[in-house]
Design a protein around this ligand. Structure first.
Ligand code: PLP
Ligand code: COI
Length: 351
């Protein structure tokens, strides 16, 4: 793997894997403290077939973006929040939490080691994928004896086809994403495979994704696939409250803060599907999805179409506010941007 060639077409990037040059790997035994890992050539890992992650899904991941700004700095967006969520996820799945400083150092090293893959400003991002797996062998259903923390990266474009064009969503009548007391509130790898068939079936019917309702009453909106949900009615924003079954998205929290800063009222509350079908605008959000406007929501025989073309005025305002802050077109009053020094020293290993 080498850097992109001169003709590399950044504008044709989608949300898919382009292998980059380097990755970061650290290992730790259960009960020990983490020691910093190394930067290695990107490539296959060797793993025991009895690894906890392969048999029992003991793993978590994060998703982050490094972006070039209008000032040609390379920034991460609130990486300490990802580090903390990664720690909460590790604790929930019985894995040794990676210290926040080690997590951020690993991410910075991976960005610096793959800097030629960071797209030009405004033309995509370097998506960073930190993962923590129980890689030690275990037969009983119990925490693995050892763990691997790996960080790799890939340049990406828009998550949903068509950038800021609005998407059509289907409310899932058969499947739920998470139940109270489960693992819906952390980025457990096992939360994602059960969503693949519902999502694939929805795509076959022409929808971009499914909306999941709560597993208890099948009434309240939880999430849009791997993104959080917002709707706007009479200039007030509504988003599902954090009850442990939905992922506390960093984009979600940032939008709440940005919207309040701009004078909007934001309610974190139960948002019924019935209410959502009466909203003026709606969108979903996440690191990969950014802010994706929703053109329509279908539930059974009912279809609600939002506005003309689906990109509502407030949705567009928030999209501009968030992305202009992230690319330093606007200032960052919250101190959310974290610059990466591309010349930082790398812990290179040629193993
Ligand atoms: N919900 C789920 C299930 C996700 O996987 C993600 C992605 O990380 C999000 C929401 C959005 O979270 P964030 O904004 O932190 O990327
Ligand atoms: C993200 O938004 O970073 C995600 O993790 C979503 C998805 C690609 C799983």
């Amino acid at each position: 793997m080498s850097g992109p060639d001169n003709n590399f077409d950044w504008d044709s990037l989608t949300f898919s894997l382009t292998k980059t040059e380097k990755m970061y790997v650290a290992e730790c035994n259960q009960g020990d403290a983490w020691s910093p890992g190394n930067i290695l050539p990107y490539g296959n890992l060797s793993i025991d077939p009895a690894a906890g992650v392969l048999n029992y899904g003991q793993g978590i991941f994060e998703g982050m973006k490094a972006q070039r700004t209008a000032n040609n700095r390379v920034i991460l967006f609130r990486p300490e929040e990802n580090a903390r969520r990664f720690q909460r996820g590790a604790a929930r799945l019985g894995m040794p939490p990676v210290p926040e400083s080690m997590f951020i150092d690993a991410v910075e090293q991976v960005v610096a080691a793959n800097s030629s893959w960071i797209p030009p400003s405004g033309r995509g991002a370097l998506y960073i994928r930190p993962v923590l797996w129980g890689t030690g062998p275990i037969m009983g259903v119990a925490p693995a004896p050892s763990y691997t923390f790996c960080v790799f990266a890939t340049p990406v474009g828009p998550y949903f086809k068509g950038g800021l064009s609005a998407i059509d969503l289907l409310i899932s009548e058969e499947n739920h994403r998470a139940a109270p007391g489960g693992s819906g509130g952390v980025k457990a790898i096992g939360n994602y495979a059960p969503g693949m068939m519902p999502s694939k079936n929805a795509k076959k019917q022409g929808f971009a994704e499914v909306i999941y309702l709560d597993a208890v009453e099948h009434k309240y909106i939880e999430e849009v696939g791997a993104a959080n949900y917002f709707c706007i009615k009479d200039n007030v924003l509504y988003t599902p409250e954090l009850t442990g079954t939905i992922l506390p998205g960093i984009t979600r929290e940032s939008i709440i803060m940005l919207a309040r800063h701009r004078g909007y009222e934001v309610n974190e509350t139960q948002v019924s599907a019935e209410f959502a079908m009466t909203a003026d605008e709606s969108f979903c959000c996440g690191t990969a999805a950014v802010i994706s406007p929703i053109a329509s929501i279908t539930q059974g025989e009912n279809k609600k179409v939002f506005g003309v073309g689906g990109v509502g005025v407030i949705t567009r305002e928030l999209y501009d506010a968030l992305t202009n802050l992230q690319t330093e077109i606007n200032e960052d009053p919250f101190g959310w941007l974290h610059e990466v020094n591309l010349n930082l020293a790398l812990n290179i290993s040629n193993e």
